[in-house]
Structure formats: structure tokens, C-alpha cells
Ligand binder design. Structure first.
Ligand SMILES: [Fe+2]
Length: 465
């Protein structure tokens, strides 16, 4: 199938695109470097790998480049052993990236462009396709290392050299697609996921067992009659928690030149508590808000469910309001009996990428770490913040000129740490930074200089050996 009547889009103005320059400029070089320079000392007990994914177009894009939806995936890995560090980065080589590499230039437009390449250009198998975008997250489960997309199947990578092995369905659980943020249950070893789609039933959930086989194939979430964008989820021992904010897909509007996504605050936000035993969905609702990312969640003894997340007034970048979208760290208590959502603000300033010690993911115990802003007026996130919502305490680490990325909890043999990749605004050098989890505000134990600049990206994982 070709794209009749839709011309090839014009090149993106790279030099003036906020998310293709500076901290976000794509990295095209792939390297593998041992014995990296370390300032400070890598704890001797630490052994494993930090991986991070993010948008990184292989060639200068055409059409619209919408961050964070567009871009090809690039996985960055920092391997730690015996006090030394090694860095490797590789593109996630989808059939689209491979076809573009054969051609030596970009072929596909962006995810919101209607243009698709013809059979003459890419052959019959790829004609009429859109670009696959496994550039959001990296997950290891059931013997598989997965570069995750959103609402599409992930790509499996070879853990030895990060080469791309191909699309992965996880024994059928992700055959139609998956969120980029499935949740690994630390108690059962199961990987629980959802998937939204543009056609009925609009929303499904599924479970992959610890051994990588499908425990629960995709099944509809009853009570959803509109296609909604849903980025992340929460998980407790009893429930899959899906928060349905009113950001709706509007295909008809897009086909007539309008926006693909429509913010409908009058519809409010609904919360689906999906019993993991397969029972009927329990619904709750409240005024509209937007959430990209969740921290932890837990079942309360009285049957209610508590969820911590980074809340926004609306999805800035995807909808327009009279004022900028403002954020905060929020704890919501959802009552499945009376359908209410009680929201308490933990921290009333913009934060994102909330993470917890993943061993406590379903029981919300301990610290929530986020990126945040000290208000220097510069682009990107300029500080790491650490909250204990139970105790009502907060602290932060000021990294100076470093723009910081998502923090990752690292459990070592003799101690625990927060790790993340940051890039210095002054000279665009990138660093892997290790903070002591017991006192992160005291600053890094080690800063590992990476051999190439790592573009500001999205999500990562610590994979112990
Ligand atoms: Fe995300």
C-alpha cells in the first residue's frame, strides 16, 4: 500500500527544534569502551548493569518530530564490576531503521504524520507501515531483554551485545502491544501490563509469568468506550490500577488536519481497579488531571488503594491551556466501595520520573525519588528529589550544571544506591552518577565519565548480575 495524495514531508528544522538540539541532540555514534574514568570510587560490592532507553532518530527526521513520541530507540548501558565501568550504546534496529540504513537517509515520517512509504521505496512488506518506536523503556523479564514501545510490541535485544533480535510478543501477552511501563511484581515475579488501542475494546490487560509464558492473555477492561492515551500503570497485590485521564484519540480530527489528541477535562479522570484474580472492575472518578508516571502503590487494610504519582494539571505539549501545566507529587487514596479518589499533595512543585526501590513497588514503602527543578530557568531537570510520603519528609541533591535523568534504585550487596545518567550543560559531557540511598543529598560516591554524550532520554533499569 502506498500513500496516495500525501506527499513526503519536509525535513525537520533540526537547528531550531528544542528536542533535537543541545541536551537532546541525537547521538549517531555507537561505541564500546572499557575502564571509564571515575571521579570518586565505585563501591566494590556493586556488580550489574544500568541501562537506559530514549528517543534518538537514526537520521535527521522529516515531518513533525513530536517529543517524546518520535525518534528511534538507542539503548545505553553502563556495566559495573570490581570497581570498574564499561559503556556500550546501540540503536534498536527495527526494520525501519535497517531500511533507512540501507538507503542512507530517512524514509519514514513522524508518528503523527499521515505519510507512509510506498512499495517502490521500501518493498511490499514495509509499504504503508508506520515507524516502530521502541524508544521509551528497557525491561528484563522471563529471560528476555525488551526495548519497550507504547501500544505496540517491544523489540527483544541480545543482552550480550545489545544487538536487536526482532519483535517480541512475550508468548502472546504483548502480541497486539504493551505499555512501555509494565510492572514486575516483586512477590510473584509476574510481569503485568496493559495496552490501549484505537479500536474497541480500547483497553486490555495481560500477565506474563516469571518463566516468560503467558499466565493471562490480553483481555478487555470492561467499561471503556473511548480510545484514551494511558502511559503508565500501578500495581498492588490485589489490583492492576489504571488511571484514565481524559486525553482522547480523535482520528477523525487528525484526518481533517486537526489534532490526534484531544484533552477533555469535562469528562474528569476515572480510575479502574482491576482485580488481578479476574473479578469485575471497580471504578472511581474525580476531577480531571493528567499523569505520565507512577511511583509505588499499595492495598490498605480497609480495602482502599493508595497510589503515589507525578500529577499534572493537564498534558502540556499535547493540549493547550491558558496557563502552563503545573505538577506535583500526589498520593491518591481510591475507595472501591464508594468510587471516590482522595488526592493529597505531597510536594507542590513540578517533578517527574518518580521511582521507588522496585522491591517495594506494590507496597509503597520507603523513598520516592524524582527529577525536579530548583528554578534556575534552564531547560531540563536540574536536581534530584527524595520524598518519604509516609513521614512527610523531603530532601534533594543539587548537581550544579548537570541536567539529570530518571533516578534508578540500585540494590548492592553491601549497600543501596540511586543511579542515573546526567549531562553537563556547560560542556555536554555525560556522566553516570551513584548516590548513597541512605543519604542522597550528601552527593555522589562516584561519577563515571561516559565516552560519548548521552542525549536526555526516558527510562532505564538496573540489572544485577
Ligand atoms: Fe514513561
Amino acid at each position: 500500500m502506498s500513500a496516495p495524495g500525501i506527499p513526503r514531508p519536509a525535513p525537520v528544522d533540526m537547528a531550531h527544534h528544542k528536542h533535537l538540539t543541545g541536551l537532546f541532540a541525537p547521538q549517531r555514534e555507537e561505541v564500546d569502551v572499557h575502564d571509564l574514568r571515575v571521579i570518586g570510587e565505585i563501591p566494590a560490592d556493586l556488580r550489574g548493569a544500568y541501562l537506559r532507553n530514549g528517543p534518538n532518530p537514526r537520521f535527521d527526521p522529516i515531518g513533525r518530530y513530536v517529543y517524546p513520541l518520535d525518534g528511534d530507540g538507542m539503548v545505553h548501558r553502563v556495566e559495573i564490576a570490581d570497581g570498574h565501568a564499561r559503556y556500550t550504546n546501540r540503536f534498536v534496529r527495527t526494520p525501519m531503521v535497517e531500511a533507512e540504513e540501507r538507503a542512507g537517509h530517512v524514509i519514514w515520517g513522524g508518528v503523527t504524520d499521515l505519510y507512509t512509504p510506498s512499495a517502490d521505496e521500501v518493498g511490499p512488506a514495509l509499504a504503508g507501515t508506520s515507524r516502530d518506536l521502541p524508544d521509551i523503556n528497557i525491561v528484563r523479564h522471563g529471560g528476555r531483554l525488551l526495548a519497550m514501545a507504547e501500544s505496540a510490541p517491544p523489540y527483544r535485544l541480545d543482552p550480550a551485545d545489545l544487538s536487536t533480535l526482532g519483535r517480541e510478543t512475550c508468548d502472546g501477552a504483548m502480541a497486539v502491544g504493551s505499555t512501555a511501563h509494565p510492572k514486575l511484581d516483586p512477590r510473584t515475579g509476574e510481569l503485568v501490563l496493559f495496552n490501549y488501542m484505537l479500536e474497541a475494546p480500547y483497553l486490555t490487560w495481560a500477565v506474563v509469568g516469571e518463566d516468560g509464558t503467558t499466565v493471562r492473555p490480553p483481555q478487555p477492561v470492561d467499561g471503556v468506550d473511548v480510545p484514551l492515551m494511558i502511559h503508565d500503570m500501578a500495581l498492588t497485590d490485589r489490583y492492576v490500577v489504571l488511571v484514565l485521564c481524559p486525553l482522547a484519540f480523535d482520528i477523525a480530527a487528525m484526518l481533517t488536519g486537526g489534532s490526534l489528541l484531544d484533552w477533555r477535562p469535562g469528562d474528569g479522570t476515572r480510575v479502574a481497579l482491576i482485580p488481578r484474580d479476574g473479578g469485575p472492575v471497580r471504578w472511581a472518578s474525580c476531577d480531571a488531571f493528567w499523569v505520565w508516571h507512577f511511583a509505588g502503590a499499595r492495598d490498605l487494610p480497609d480495602g482502599r488503594v493508595q497510589v503515589d504519582y507525578a500529577q499534572w494539571t493537564y498534558p502540556g505539549g499535547f493540549a493547550h491551556g491558558d496557563t502552563p501545566a503545573t505538577g506535583g507529587l500526589v498520593r491518591a487514596t481510591i475507595d472501591p466501595e464508594n468510587g471516590t479518589v482522595d488526592r493529597q499533595t505531597v510536594f507542590d512543585r513540578d517533578v517527574e520520573f518518580p521511582r521507588v526501590d522496585d522491591r517495594t513497588l506494590t507496597r509503597s514503602a520507603g523513598s520516592v525519588a524524582t527529577v525536579g527543578k530548583l528554578g534556575r530557568g534552564s531547560d531540563g531537570w536540574d536536581s534530584l528529589w527524595f520524598f518519604d510520603p509516609d513521614a512527610g519528609t523531603e530532601t534533594h541533591w543539587d548537581p550544579g550544571s548537570l541536567a539529570v535523568g530518571e533516578p534508578q534504585y540500585i540494590h548492592g550487596a553491601d549497600g543501596d544506591y540511586w543511579g542515573m545518567i546526567g549531562t553537563d550543560r556547560a560542556d555536554l559531557t555525560s556522566w553516570f552518577v551513584l548516590l548513597p540511598a541512605a543519604d542522597p543529598a550528601s552527593g555522589p560516591l562516584a561519577r563515571v565519565q561516559l565516552p560519548t554524550r548521552v542525549p536526555s532520554g526516558l527510562h532505564g533499569a538496573w540489572l544485577p548480575v
